[in-house]
Design a protein around this ligand. Structure first.
Ligand code: AP5
Ligand code: MG
Length: 217
């Protein structure tokens, strides 16, 4: 399957993508995680991305699209992928369409995770991610690690993302509404959008997502 995951910051895209990718046996491709990996390796791309990410703004399309294309061309993505955080505006969605068209393939669904703003703010405020792999995500109250400050999966140090400050979160939410939400209408016109509530326990949301993907609604 080829799926795009969309939803406001903190809705649980990364949390759900890890689980869905495992169940559906497709790679989880998160542009946010790819940028964070570049930041920790101190690459030129990482340095460029960090200035935009710390302010809560989108990294320029040119570099983002090139990075996403490169990742999607890896052998593990040949038969499907779950895109988390890409595309994030209409021009990225158009670029993805062009890329898929050139390959003669299509998206199967755009899974839209809905969560109210007060909930996403609480989720982000308590989030802790692993320094070794930012796809390893915890929450101090909702899904605490077994040992304080230590990743359950790899033993890495847990930290609070630099862009999870209250002020940056406000900008990220605004950027989501103005730049990312329009892709939902873009994909709705293609009949691809499946909307589910992201509220409730993580496992329940995963079951809801799998069910919705199966039935196409
Ligand atoms: P990115 O890393 O994609 O951040 P985001 O979209 O803002 O989303 P988050 O990762 O904050 O939230 P999430 O929905 O993944 O939630 P999570 O599962 O962690 O992007 C960061 C930045 O990179 C962007 O601002 C931009 O600068 C740049 N960027 C990335 N892609 C780009 C692109 N395509 N173009 C340009 N720039 C780009 O969950 C949140 C918390 O809630 C966790 O603590 C989790 O444990 C908890 N939680 C999850 N589910 C539940 C639940 N059901 N109940 C209770 N708690 C829950
Ligand atoms: Mg995420």
């Amino acid at each position: 399957m080829r799926i795009v995951l969309v939803g406001p910051p903190g809705a649980g895209k990364g949390t759900q993508a890890t689980r869905l990718a495992e169940k559906l046996r497709i790679p989880h491709i998160s542009t946010g995680d790819l940028f964070r990996a570049n930041i920790s390796r101190q690459t030129e791309l990482g340095k460029l991305a960090k200035s935009y990410m710390d302010a809560g703004n989108l990294v320029p399309d040119e570099v983002t699209i090139a990075m996403a294309k490169d990742r999607m061309s890896q052998p593990d993505a040949e038969n499907g992928f779950l895109l988390d955080g890409f595309p994030r505006n209409v021009s990225q969605a158009e670029a993805l369409d062009e890329l898929l068209k050139a390959e003669g393939i299509k998206l199967d669904a755009v899974l839209d995770l809905e969560a109210p703003e007060d909930e996403v703010v609480k989720r982000i405020a308590g989030r802790r991610v692993c320094r070794k792999d930012s796809a390893h995500v915890f929450h101090v109250t909702y899904s605490p690690p077994k040992q304080d400050g230590v990743c359950d999966y790899c033993g890495g140090e847990l930290y609070q993302r630099d862009d999870d400050s209250e002020e940056t979160v406000r900008t990220r939410l605004e950027v989501y509404h103005t730049q990312t939400e329009p892709i939902i209408d873009y994909y709705r016109a293609q009949g691809l959008v499946v909307t589910i509530s992201a509220m409730g326990p993580v496992d329940e949301v995963t079951s809801r997502a799998l069910e919705a993907l199966k039935s196409g609604q």
